[in-house]
Design a protein around this ligand. Structure first.
Ligand SMILES: Cc1cc2nc3c(=O)[nH]c(=O)nc-3n(C[C@H](O)[C@H](O)[C@H](O)COP(=O)(O)OP(=O)(O)OC[C@H]3O[C@@H](n4cnc5c(N)ncnc54)[C@H](O)[C@@H]3O)c2cc1C
Ligand SMILES: *[C@@H]1O[C@H](CO)[C@@H](O)[C@H](O)[C@H]1NC(C)=O
Ligand SMILES: *[C@@H]1O[C@H](CO)[C@@H](O)[C@H](O)[C@H]1NC(C)=O
Ligand SMILES: *[C@@H]1O[C@H](CO)[C@@H](O)[C@H](O)[C@H]1NC(C)=O
Ligand SMILES: *[C@@H]1O[C@H](CO)[C@@H](O)[C@H](O)[C@H]1NC(C)=O
Ligand SMILES: *[C@@H]1O[C@H](CO)[C@@H](O)[C@H](O)[C@H]1NC(C)=O
Length: 418
């Protein structure tokens, strides 16, 4: 029987419908399970395996295409009740129901930070299992490189703790392997002493785009882990120099508006993610939109050599297996008004991405690496990983999920193919 839950029904079960960042991801599951303990997650997975039920897992809800973290007419597991946070000495235990604002807030009184997301409403699990762009990647690597241990429910329902020494194959595979291995019920994240950060926001006239991009390239080429700093949505640097010294190249471009500040990683309003789709983001984007109904943004995410070196030298590594050279990832986040334009807009972004990639290929500048957390549903993030890593991922999957519960029965995210 197909039982469609109303929006009110979903809220009652503790899963607010607006917890989907993209309107397109809101589907109609037949059953929603919101377990309150890891043991209940384990029971749920056992039952799902026995019944051969199709299911999907939802946490922060930021992955942004239909079916990324939701399912029609089948089972949805929501982990919002697994929201414990336990601050320890040098690490913090975090349940998957938390977002980064929750974690940064818990660490603030200790003057500590962990490597998470730049915007505060992003969920902990998706980002930590996929990679994790943060302001301090230069020095500490990605969020995935800073997970010390995982509690995970495997396909047969067994709950295990995975560390560098216990289940070391899974420990490696979870550093980029996303939801291909099980449901993580606890992350232990490394923490660092960074009591204060210095931030800068600058708004430039479009005549400055070339200067801006050239400064982004210079920043990517830097082979320095100190000072700890990066610019993504805003420039953030550890310490209290104001304005942050690392962004002098950007400050030299004449800005229309500049806001500098000294604050903590528990983010101020500027770190909020634009809430619920770009459909309501319209007002802000209007300023630059001259195309009817189109709200495009272009984000440059920098991968520096030092950020890659962390995994190369920590004795663990990660799935990306990138070389120690600078990369800039292009990301288009585009909003539009009407559902009837979904197919047209998806085709538009696909053509644009493929066109720009082909130009880069001709110039010998292209990389096949795709960051899974921002992948379009038509892209294959595994195709850009080293082949030997992908082969190893499959072997590890066969060893720990021989029945293929997280392959055949679980939907959402990016599943490694046959
Ligand atoms: C506005 C915005 C800002 C962003 N900023 C950043 C950024 O600064 N840095 C960055 O690196 N990325 C960023 N991203 C991308 C973000 O990392 C991904 O969208 C990520 O998937 C979000 O994780 P979540 O927990 O919110 O996701 P969900 O959408 O809830 O989950 C993502 C995937 O992981 C699976 N999953 C969820 N929980 C678990 C679990 N406990 N165990 C196993 N699998 C699970 C889900 O089934 C789903 O397939 C941003 C995205 C948006 C929309
Ligand atoms: C934390 O651990 C460090 C090193 O292991 C130790 O020097 C320090 O005293 C500990 N601090 C607390 C508050 O326990
Ligand atoms: C941007 O620069 C151009 C050329 O210098 C100028 O005509 C225009 O008014 C500027 N726009 C803003 C918003 O400052
Ligand atoms: C600033 O730009 C110069 C080149 O113009 C470059 O050498 C330098 O590394 C850049 N500094 C930073 C911090 O990006
Ligand atoms: C600067 O940081 C302080 C402390 O976190 C905060 O209260 C204030 O709102 C911030 N100001 C701006 C302009 O962001
Ligand atoms: C479940 O899988 C794990 C990992 O492969 C294995 O160690 C365990 O014995 C399995 N448990 C059962 C009950 O089959």
């Amino acid at each position: 029987m197909r039982l469609s839950l109303s929006a009110a029904g979903l809220s009652l079960l503790g899963l607010a419908v607006d917890s989907y960042w993209d309107i397109r991801a809101g589907l109609s599951p037949a059953y929603i399970i919101v377990p309150s303990t890891a043991d209940k997650v384990s029971k749920a997975v056992q039952i799902i395996g026995t019944c051969q039920a199709k299911f999907s897992v939802h946490d922060g809800g930021h992955m942004n295409y239909p079916g990324a973290n939701n399912i029609d007419a089948c089972v949805l597991i929501g982990l919002s009740n697994l929201n414990a946070i336990d601050v320890k000495n040098g690490s913090v235990d975090v349940g998957p129901g938390n977002n980064w604002y929750d974690v940064y807030s818990a660490l603030e009184p200790y003057g500590s930070v962990c490597i998470g997301g730049c915007m505060k409403t992003i969920g902990v699990p998706g980002l930590s299992l996929i990679g994790g762009f943060h302001y301090f990647n230069n020095k500490y690597g990605y969020a995935m490189d800073n997970v010390i241990s995982y509690d995970i429910v495997l396909g047969n329902g067994t709950l295990i703790t995975v560390t560098r020494d216990a289940y070391s194959d899974l420990f490696w595979a979870l550093k980029g392997g996303a939801n291909n291995y099980g449901i993580v019920t606890r992350f232990e994240l490394r923490t660092f002493d960074v009591p204060k950060v210095s931030t800068t926001i600058q708004v430039f006239n479009e005549t400055c785009i070339a200067d801006f991009l050239s400064d982004v390239c210079e920043a990517a080429k830097l082979d320095d882990e100190d000072p700890i700093a990066a610019a993504s949505v805003l420039g953030v640097q550890a310490g209290i120099s104001m304005p942050p010294s690392q962004f002098t190249n950007f400050t030299q471009i004449r800005a229309i508006e500049t806001i500098n500040n000294i604050t903590t990683m528990k983010p101020c309003d500027t770190l909020d993610s634009p809430k619920q789709t770009m459909r309501t983001w319209k007002d802000a984007i209007d300023k630059i939109a001259d195309v009817q109904g189109l709200y495009p943004t272009f984000v440059t995410n920098v991968i520096s050599a030092t950020s890659i070196r962390v995994a190369k030298t920590n004795g663990v590594g990660n799935l990306w297996g990138l070389e120690e050279e600078p990369l800039i990832i292009w990301q288009f986040s585009t909003g539009w008004d009407l559902a009837q334009d979904d197919i047209r807009m998806e085709a538009w972004s696909r053509q644009l991405a493929e066109h720009l990639h082909s130009i880069n290929k001709k110039l010998g500048l292209a990389s096949e690496f795709i960051y899974m957390a921002d992948t379009g549903e038509w892209q294959d993030p595994f195709a850009g990983l080293p082949e030997k890593n992908v082969d190893l991922m499959r072997e590890i999957r066969s060893a720990h999920d021989p029945a293929g519960v997280f392959f055949i029965l679980s939907y959402g995210g990016f599943k490694l193919g046959l």
